[in-house]
Design a protein around this ligand. Structure first.
Ligand code: NI
Length: 411
């Protein structure tokens, strides 16, 4: 496929270029490239800017089914009284459609890959396979009743079945949190991660009360510093504890933290410490949108309110792209020949992006996030308001039925 006359979001690339895609890969970038025989050609005539896609490093994709179901509640009530009882009613089919609807929202907002933690993960994997997105999938692991009821075994079965599928689906391990997993269970999970070289992600100091029960040193020393680790939230950490995360990829979920009353992570201090921060939206029932550009905007504002020099545009863009790829251990994160064709197309005629010579600044500080098209491994999953890989009407019909089944008529 030959994409003609697109403006590549890259320093020194203000003039339109042509991009040749060969299968899943960016094959060539140049000017006046000639179509080869039988090659599909799309000429964007300079109307679209192309960026590498965004990575959402933490969500619970099926929770779109529970969006707006538990509003205006303190965290403990939100989780234990509303969300968990509703989740007990979820079926694999419901989870499948919840994941698809979340991927529709993410794709329309430029997301090409995400890291998920939930249950009925085989259904999520089927949804990701069908939709065409990239994902690292983790079965949420909990043993707070002294038994994990086969969850770790399920995670390994998921790994055997799906890890490496179509160069898009990868399986990691997702211990839920230090307050829902015993220390011996965490040790066991980390041993399994080391043996299989699996990525590990866990909610990490999201709540202030966690500090009364354990310290970051205690948790990290279980072995989280010896695996590829995405600690999620990292809100309640002291300055001298940040270096504990120097080899990990913190997922910052600032909108969820603010909405659930958990505070704001110390992002500026983390950046000064040299941490490779990434952006997570958290689940659709605690944000409630899963548009990383909205999260990055809020994150920047929370840091600039005390000092406008905090969080540069280039740092924000790296969180959305390059660091996200590294966090999920995906090849890519830049527009260069040989890299996977994970591209998002943004309409340059959008008034929010004017003047277009400062398109990166406008993308980060102004753009509402709705892209024109999203391509993953050379295939469009979103194009001009349509979702070529799914029957959107049918999906939304089923989704609504399942959402009502789970949440009932409760408001
Ligand atoms: Ni979460």
């Amino acid at each position: 496929m030959l994409l003609k006359n697109v403006v590549i979001l890259k320093p020194g690339f203000l003039e339109p270029r042509d991009i040749r895609i060969d299968g899943k890969i960016i094959a060539e970038i140049g000017q006046n490239l000639r179509p080869e025989q039988n090659e599909e050609v799309i000429d964007f005539k300079g109307s679209k800017c192309v960026s590498v896609g965004f990575v959402n490093t933490h969500t619970h994709s099926p929770m779109s089914l529970l969006r707006a179901f538990a509003e205006d509640l303190p965290f403990n009530k939100w989780l234990f009284e509303k969300i968990l009882p509703a989740e007990a009613r979820l079926t694999p089919e419901a989870v499948y459609f919840g994941a698809i609807v979340s991927m529709m929202e993410m794709a329309a907002h430029g997301v090409v890959a995400f890291c998920d933690m939930y249950f009925h993960m085989d259904a999520v994997a089927r949804a990701v396979a069908d939709f065409g997105m990239k994902a690292v999938l983790t079965r949420g692991l909990v043993d707070k009743d002294g038994d994990d009821n086969g969850r770790l075994q399920e995670a390994l079965e998921l790994y055997e079945k799906w890890h490496g599928f179509d160069d898009r689906i990868f399986v990691g391990l997702g211990p839920h949190a230090p307050y829902t997993c015993s220390r011996s269970y965490l040790r066991k999970i980390l041993d399994v991660a080391k043996v299989n070289d699996m990525l590990v992600t866990m909610h990490f100091f999201e709540n202030s009360w966690e500090r009364e029960r354990y310290t970051p040193q205690e948790i990290m020393s279980i072995g989280f510093d010896q695996v590829h680790f995405i600690p999620v939230h990292c809100v309640h950490l002291d300055s001298d504890e940040l270096k504990l995360l120097s080899s990990s990829y913190p997922s910052i979920n600032v909108v969820s933290n603010m909405k659930l009353g958990n505070g704001v992570p110390p992002v500026t201090k983390m950046l000064k410490e040299g941490l490779k921060l990434t952006i997570g939206t958290d689940g659709p029932s605690s944000n409630n949108s899963i548009n990383p550009l909205f999260d990055i905007r809020v994150l920047i504002l929370t840091q600039k309110m005390s000092n406008p020099e905090n969080v540069k545009v280039t740092e924000a863009y790296a969180m959305l792209t390059k660091h996200g790829y590294e966090a999920l251990r995906l090849n890519g994160g830049e527009i260069t020949p040989g890299m996977p064709a994970d591209l998002i197309f943004i309409d340059l005629f959008n008034p929010q992006l004017q003047p277009t010579n400062r398109v990166l600044e406008n993308l980060i500080h102004t753009f509402d996030g709705r892209v024109f098209a999203t391509m993953i491994n050379g295939r469009f999953v979103y194009y001009d308001g349509r979702f070529p890989t799914v029957d959107a009407q049918e999906v939304l019909k089923k989704f609504t039925t399942f959402s009502l089944m789970v949440t009932g008529t409760e408001s």
